[in-house]
Design a protein around this ligand. Structure first.
Ligand code: GLU
Length: 289
């Protein structure tokens, strides 16, 4: 049996906080306990928000925690062609269409719809109305050639019917206690964005491609991504990718009960370190031995 493969996949758009320390240490510990491998992946497809200094800080914070990762580190921004090819494959199968509306236009369309309340995805964002799916190929070509900005969306109706029923094996727990064999509900996300004109990929697409290419067998991450796994299962099925085991862990909360964010200075690992907190203290704070 090949060893299990775990990964920690932060986005370099802010300083890591206690919640990241928990996720990274948990992955690292699980890899060590199982004789497995631990990989680090930098999810930097969002060029506007990713900064080299945050990437450097990730290495510094993780090394300080005593975490050791395999080299080289995979950086998503270096593999855009791969993601572009995957979108092209899905497009060839009639599963993708360009949509030209701005966010403001989508909000206006939803406001004008007689359907109330308008359905929302598991993250609480309104579903895309699906209007661009019905544009003729000719109308699409004209708008693309005119240089209009667009996003490429997955046609979830066709995609879900082609993929059929999907499940995943959950070793952690979902927001409502879901565990074991969980039924994926990708339709709940509507026609998700797979790529943008300026960025040929999206979180959902690059995460499933990279987990497959890196041979990740166990995806251990925060519960806030639990239902995103539905979209990941759908894309794995459409692209013929292997399916890892998932373990979603509870999120650490601040004193105000809200989930920690990169902008909360008080729990940033750098600030804690400068205050004299030790890596062992961090383990105690996040409840790891
Ligand atoms: N890059 C994502 C984040 O920083 C995590 C992706 C994942 O673990 O699947 O929230």
């Amino acid at each position: 049996m090949p060893p299990p493969v775990f990964r920690f996949a932060p986005s370099p758009n802010g300083r890591l906080h206690l919640g990241h320390a928990y996720s990274a240490l948990l992955n690292f510990d699980l890899a060590r306990q199982s004789g497995g491998r631990f990989l680090l992946r930098i999810e930097d497809i969002d060029r506007a928000r990713s900064r080299p200094e945050y990437e450097a800080a990730i290495y510094e914070d993780l090394a300080w925690l005593g975490i050791v990762w395999e080299m080289p580190v995979r950086r998503q921004s270096e593999h855009l062609d791969l993601y572009r090819d995957a979108v092209a494959r899905l497009a060839d199968e009639g599963l993708v269409y360009p949509a030209f509306e701005s966010r403001a236009e989508i909000v206006r369309m939803i406001g004008q719809s007689p359907r109330k309340p308008w359905p929302r995805d598991p993250d609480g964002s309104p579903l895309y109305p699906g209007s661009a799916a019905t544009l003729s190929p000719h109308a699409r070509d004209i708008r693309m050639q005119a240089g209009e900005p667009f996003v490429l969306r997955l046609n979830s109706r066709i995609a879900c019917s082609r993929a059929g029923a999907l499940v995943w094996e959950e070793h952690g727990i979902g927001p409502a206690g879901e565990t074991g064999r969980v039924a994926a509900l990708p339709g709940a996300w509507g026609d998700v964005v797979l790529a943008r004109k300026e960025t040929p990929t999206s979180y959902h697409l690059s995460v499933v491609i990279d987990d497959a290419l890196q041979g990740v067998t166990h995806v251990v991450r925060g519960q806030d991504l639990f239902w995103a796994t539905s979209v990941h299962r759908l894309l794995q099925q459409l692209l013929g990718l292997p399916v890892p085991i998932y373990r979603h862990h509870g999120l650490l909360r601040g004193d105000d009960g809200r989930k920690l964010s990169k902008s909360t200075q008080a729990t940033s690992l750098q600030v804690l370190r400068e205050d004299g907190v030790t890596p062992q203290n961090i383990r105690e704070m996040v409840g790891l031995p």
